[in-house]
Design a protein around this ligand. Sequence first.
Ligand SMILES: C[S@@+](CC[C@H](N)C(=O)[O-])C[C@H]1O[C@@H](n2cnc3c(N)ncnc32)[C@H](O)[C@@H]1O
Length: 499
Amino acid sequence: MAEVSEKVELFSDEKRGRGVRATTFIEPETVLLVENPYILTLEEDYRRNRCNYCCKEREKLRACGGCNFVYYCDRQCQASNYSDHQYECKYLKSSGPECDIWIRTRTLLMALQKHLKMQKKRSRNVPTHNAQGFPLTPEVLYMKKYAPPSDEIPSPMPDMDRLWEFVKAKDLPITKDLFKKFQGILNANMFSVEDSHARCKIIGEGLYTRVAMFNHNCHPNCVFISNGREISVTSIRPISPGEECTISYLKVMAPTEARQRKLKKWYDFDCDCKRCVQDIEEDRLMYAIKCPQMNCRGSVLPWKPSNILNGRYLACDACHFDINETEVPDNIRQTEMEVEGFLSRKKNYDYQGQLLEECGPVLARLDAVYQPYHWRVYQVVKKAFKVALKLDQAETALLYGIRCQVALRNHLEVCVTLLGTNLWEVGQLQAQLGMNLEAVRTLREALPIMEIAYSGQHAVNVQAQALLATLTSTVKDALATPDNSHKGVYTQGSNVEEE
Ligand SMILES: C[S@@+](CC[C@H](N)C(=O)[O-])C[C@H]1O[C@@H](n2cnc3c(N)ncnc32)[C@H](O)[C@@H]1O
C-alpha cells in the first residue's frame, strides 16, 4: 500500500481546518495510512534500555560516542538515526549523560533544526506536501495558539529555558517567534509512541505529519496504532464515501465535561461530536454514586452531568431518596478535589512506588461514595494498574487490571476497544503468573475485539494468537467445556479509540 490509501483524501472545513475523508466505502479493519516519524524521541525511562532508532528493548546497547546519552542496537541503527540525532547530540553532550531532559525539549530541538535544513533544501525544490496534499514537513501543520505568561521564553519548564540559552549561544538562526511557533505545532500534533510487544507501553513521542491530518471525534471511526517507529491509522467501523475519518486524541474513558476540558486545554477546540452534544445518559452513569441510605443498593445520578460540581442530583433510582438537601453533595465536591489532586501528581519515576501505595487508601475513600464503574474509580484503578505494570509487580497489576474491567464493561458502547487492550494486558499477566486457564479465557475474549481495533494481521494480534495457541495446548483438558459466553458480543457494536 502507498503511505496514504487512495480510499481517503484531504478536505478543509471552516471550523476544523484540514481533515481526512473517505473517497469510497471503507470496510472496518482497512489500513488507511502507515507512516514513519519526522522526529521520534524516547521517554527518559526507556532511554537506556531501548535503541534510539528502532525503539527495540535490548539487554546490550552501545552508547552514542558523541553524547554518551542515547543508545543503539548497532552501527546500522546509529547510522539510520544520524540524520535526526545530529541535531541534538551536542546539546545532550553539554547536559551530561545523567541529566534528566524533558522529552519535548529534545523533540523541539531536533524538529527546529531539521526544519532549517529542509528549508535550505527547499530552495532546491524539495516538496512540502505529497501528491495527495498531505504535509511532509511540520511548519505547515496546525499550530496551537500559545499564550506566554510573559514576554520571555514562554515556558514554565526550566528545561526549555536552558534550550533557548543553548540556541542563542550556538547562534543558531532560530528566532523566538520560530521557537514559539514550533512549540505550538508540537503541542497540537504529537502522537505517543508505543511498543505493542511490551503491553502497549508508551515509550516516547513522535511527530507524524500525515497522521496529524486526522481530526478528533469522541466516538471515532478509526484508531491510530503505534508500534515502535511505525504508526498506522485503521478503520474500526464502516465509513461511507464523503464521511470524515476521525481518531480520538484522548486515550481515556471520561464523561463529556472532562473530555471537553482536556481537548480545550491540550488542543484548543470545543468538541461538537455527537457524543459530546447528545449522549448525556452515558455521562450520568459515569458519575453514579452510591445511595447513602442504609441497606439501599441504588444509584444516585447527577441531574446535569455537565455541571457536576455545582449541580443537583436525581433521586435514588431504587429508594427515591433525595440527597440534595444532605451533606452528600459537599462530600462529593471534596472527594472530587482530592482525587483530582492525587491524579495530577508528578510522574516522577522514584515516586511511582509511593504513588501505587497511595492508590489503596484513595480507592477506599472513593469506594465509600462512588459506584465501582464511576469514572474516577476507573481513573485511579487504571493509574495503579499502569504503575504496577511499570514496576513489574505482576500480581498487583493483575488485581487492578481486572478491577478496570468493571467500568469498561459498564460503559461498553464507548469503551469496547479499551476493554480489548485491557484484556490483552490482563491475559499476558495471567500467563506470566502461570494462570494458564484464566489467560486462555481472557485472550479468547480479547481477540475478537483486538482484531477490529488493531486490524487483522497486526503484530499485536499475531502475538496474541500465538500466545493463545501455546496456552491452549497446556490446558486442553480443562477447556473441554468451552467458555463461549463472550462470542459475538463485541463485533456488532461500535468502537471507540484505542488506549
Ligand atoms: C492534529 S491537528 C488536526 C488537523 C488540523 N485540522 C489541521 O488543519 O491541520 C489538531 C487540530 O485540529 C483541530 N481539530 C481537530 N479535531 C477537531 C474537532 N473535532 N473540532 C474542531 N477542531 C478540531 C484543532 O484545532 C486541533 O488542535
